[in-house]
Design a protein around this ligand. Structure first.
Ligand SMILES: Nc1nc2c(ncn2[C@@H]2O[C@H](COP(=O)(O)OP(=O)(O)OP(=O)(O)O)[C@@H](O)[C@H]2O)c(=O)[nH]1
Length: 260
């Protein structure tokens, strides 16, 4: 051992003795160290095992914690993604509802269009045949082309809107009113007999002819073709009868109601 390490009070010094079994002569000697053994109360086999076990447990806990935090982060990320997908799907659903509603309504007057009345027709004609009493009316403005020509298309539009508002305020909640096309409208009245249908049509006809529409000085009239659905007939058959009734109303001078 180098001399400086043997100084008393030097903390890093390790001292070991060499027990020579036989006296050796003075001079240079070569020694072989076969084994170094550390001893002491802290270096017992049990302590080593405890230390290894402790390290092993610490390593296991560290791995488990790492997995746990990783999993937690992934779950939080997935939840965030799920939330954004849900809100995206909700906005798509809202938009599709909005477009569905728009596609069912006439843009000018806001009443149902042909597409919009289809669910009501499906309800009243299940499997394509009527099964309940109902009245169907076709309402057509008289000489509307003339009104357009004289007062302009814009005035024609305003008149159509006012007409729809007036009719909507004078039918029952269960009746369905729609714009069938151009200046022709359809009114479906469920659970309605011939007499009641005719009375309602006449009430509407009179109401329109007595109303002063803004900007229309000559007055406005309508013709109405009315019919009631017969048992087990198709919508087309009912419609054709109402159309024939309307044709007859037009040809008998307009501003009139005809039942067929
Ligand atoms: N302003 C306006 N006019 C429309 C609209 N849709 C259809 N029309 C017009 O309605 C008129 C319908 O003309 P016709 O089919 O000859 O009917 P009419 O003049 O009312 O004659 P009758 O039905 O026989 O009494 C046409 O001039 C169309 O341009 C609309 O949305 N706005």
């Amino acid at each position: 051992m180098p001399l400086e390490y043997t100084m008393p009070g030097f903390e890093q010094a390790i001292m070991f003795g060499i027990d020579l079994a036989y006296p050796s002569e003075l001079g240079a000697h070569t020694f072989t160290v076969n084994r170094i053994e550390f001893t002491g109360p802290l270096l017992s086999r049990a302590n080593w095992y405890q230390l290894l076990l402790g390290l092993w447990v610490v390593a296991l806990v560290a791995i488990a914690l790492r997995q746990y935090w990783g999993l937690k982060r992934r779950v939080a990320r997935d939840e965030e993604r799920l939330e954004s997908l849900q809100s995206y799907s909700q906005s798509l659903h809202d938009k599709s509802e909005k477009y569905k509603q728009l596609s069912m309504r006439d843009q000018l007057t806001g009443v149902l269009n042909r597409h919009g009345i289809a669910p009501e027709l499906d309800r009243l004609y299940p499997s394509g045949e009527s099964f309940a009493k109902l009245a169907l009316m076709l309402i057509d403005l008289d000489h509307f082309k003339q009104l357009n020509d004289n007062l302009g298309h814009q005035q024609g539009d305003e008149t159509l809107k006012a007409l729809c508002t007036l009719i909507l305020h004078n039918i029952r909640a269960q009746d369905t009113f729609c714009r069938w096309g151009g200046e022709e409208f359809m009114l479906i009245c469920p659970q309605t007999e011939e007499q009641d249908a005719q009375a309602l049509a006449e009430k509407l006809r009179q109401l329109i002819s007595q109303t002063e529409f803004d900007g229309v000085s000559d007055g406005l009239t309508i013709s109405i073709g009315i019919t009631c659905a017969r048992a087990r007939e198709s919508f087309t058959e009912t419609f054709q009868r109402a159309d024939a009734a309307l044709y007859q109303a037009k040809h008998s001078g307009r501003n009139t109601c005809v039942f067929k």
